[in-house]
Design a protein. Structure first.
Length: 256
């Protein structure tokens, strides 16, 4: 599948006349709890040639393509848009630049954008994102007699990222396996999450699950606490000039 994805990425570069700076996996595969039939969620950051940036007329700054009967979802942002989102400490962007499943990358770019992300990381913006996502699923699932296990994991991860944001001074990792064992959770809860991740790896995404009252209590309590303290968290300290330098460097580098 990796070779097929890389072939599609080359086609995108040719079709849109762009250079892909980063193409990586996101979603459940990058989060560390895929199902056997999980789709491939490929996210890209790319740069146009210089002439694209010199036009006054508004142009699309995103690419969205589906391949292999929607099994491979490729989408992403043009560099200027991506850097603007980084300025806002956009959580999905902070996730994808940390992905360990890489299909294409400019190594220096990845290092530079991660360095900038550390500067622009905003605890309050990140908390808002995961709190909103966590409550979206919690409100749908916590009174349900059964639910899709994949949705439970979206909710669980969001709630525990909220705990991470409160407790830690660094960005939350994209890999869930680096998050929950490093929080103040009981041994029993950590072991139950371990078991559920192994169990999920054997079940298709349509699988419907029941129970998990202890984890639901953890999730609900974490979200409600995060809601109380979210506005007390600090924002970012970044300067726009740091991002302008990255933009100009890569526009000129790939104006071939």
């Amino acid at each position: 599948m990796e070779k097929l994805i890389k072939d599609y990425l080359k086609k995108i570069e040719s079709e849109y006349d762009v250079k892909i700076l980063l193409a990586c996996e996101t979603g459940s595969r990058a989060w560390g709890f895929p199902s056997p039939d999980s789709d491939f969620d490929v996210r890209i950051l790319y740069v146009h040639k210089l002439n694209w940036y010199l036009k006054l007329d508004k142009q699309s700054d995103t690419i969205d393509k589906m391949f292999e009967e929607n099994e491979i979802d490729v989408s992403g942002w043009e560099l200027r848009k991506a850097l603007y989102l980084l300025k806002k400490s956009n959580a999905p962007l902070l996730e994808r630049i940390q992905s360990s499943i890489i299909y294409e990358s400019d190594e220096y770019f990845v290092n530079e954008i991660n360095r900038a992300a550390d500067i622009f990381y905003s605890k309050i913006a990140t908390m808002h994102h995961y709190l909103s996502m966590g409550f979206k699923f919690y409100n749908d699932l916590h009174n349900a007699s059964s639910y899709k296990l994949k949705h439970f994991f979206y909710m669980l991860r969001s709630a525990l990222v909220c705990k991470w944001v409160e407790q830690k001074d660094v960005m939350p990792p994209i890999d869930f396996l680096q998050i929950y064992p490093n929080l103040d959770l009981s041994k029993n809860l950590v072991e139950r999450i371990d078991d559920l991740i192994k169990f999920k790896s054997t079940k298709d995404e349509s699988y419907v699950h029941e129970g998990e009252s202890e984890l639901f209590n953890l999730i609900g309590g974490s979200l409600m606490h995060a809601e109380k303290i979210q506005n007390q968290l600090p924002g970012s300290k970044g300067q726009l000039s740091d991002l302008n330098d990255i933009l100009s460097d890569y526009i000129y580098k790939y104006d071939y």
